[in-house]
Ligand binder design. Sequence first.
Ligand SMILES: NC(=O)c1ccc[n+]([C@@H]2O[C@H](COP(=O)([O-])OP(=O)(O)OC[C@H]3O[C@@H](n4cnc5c(N)ncnc54)[C@H](OP(=O)(O)O)[C@@H]3O)[C@@H](O)[C@H]2O)c1
Length: 317
Amino acid sequence: MMDRGDAMDYRRVLVIGGSGFIGASLAERLVETNREVIVPTRRALRATHLRPLPNVEICTADIHNDGELEKLVARCDAVVNLVGILHGSTAEPYGPEFAAAHVSLPRRIAAACARHGVRRFIHISALGVADDGHSGPSMYLRSKAAGEQAVREAPGIDWTILRPSVIFGPKDKLMNTFATLQRFAPVVPLARAQTRLQPVYVGDVAQAIVASLENRATIGHCYELAGPQAFTLAKLFALAGGWAGRTAPVLPLPDGLGLLQAAALEFAPGPTIMSRDNFHSLAIDNVATGPIAPELGIDPTPLAAIVPGYLGRPERG
Ligand SMILES: NC(=O)c1ccc[n+]([C@@H]2O[C@H](COP(=O)([O-])OP(=O)(O)OC[C@H]3O[C@@H](n4cnc5c(N)ncnc54)[C@H](OP(=O)(O)O)[C@@H]3O)[C@@H](O)[C@H]2O)c1
């Protein structure tokens, strides 16, 4: 079957999971490059922020239903998969929610792409995922590893896998949560305070996805995406407080207490800000093995260039 992507330069891109944080930046970049974007969502209300963009079609769909997924894929020249979850029920090596979102879904997307001759598939994974396709300290990382493996092994597709570190940008969870916690608490107990992360800007992640689409040299490769500098969690916490205008002292927790805190937060009412699985993910540093690959053409944006602008105040001192 003809590669429809080759013929049409990936003019119409299906962005699965495009209603979320990265999806908003990616949709903007795709529209800027004169592409049409289709964003399926489970609830159309989740994607209303995309409505002002021209050439973005939001459609309500159940992507876990093969028939619905096939119909969407058949309308496109390339597919980007942004679906990811941070929490799910506990099991070995991972629970059913992680299995469905991180393993079955990319496998089914790849199969649908192959069936419809939509060869180009960009899959977003995560920094810290093991290359062996199964190991890792958390269900999140183990299921992401298995999802990568499913994509690599899928016949009939031209895949690229991107592994971002934790991502910052105006709507991020990490820096905004750190700033909010310090607004009210006199002292903040912090688990895994010495774990190192290398935050990457959401705009750079979106740009890396577009660059992958536009550069066939990226086919069959897996790329790490990280910012110019690594920080401990404690340092990121202090920076967020400083930029937001109120810092609270950190109380670093030993691992036993950190796990207890994560369990308490996991079962607390309201949105989950931390789970035991997140605690396990932080058992390893989340830093890149080197600079971003030159074929992606990204000069990574420093944290200090962006975060003070949305947390409220420029850094002092
Ligand atoms: N944000 C980060 O710091 C970060 C770091 C490393 C890797 N990543 C990875 O990058 C990808 C995108 O991240 P993001 O921050 O943009 O995520 P996000 O804001 O949570 O958006 C993901 C989207 O996926 C859809 N989704 C979630 N669970 C689903 C499920 N079970 N079935 C079907 N659809 C589901 C949701 O769409 P609807 O609710 O509209 O259906 C949601 O808008 C994920 O794979 C994530 O693991 C993110």
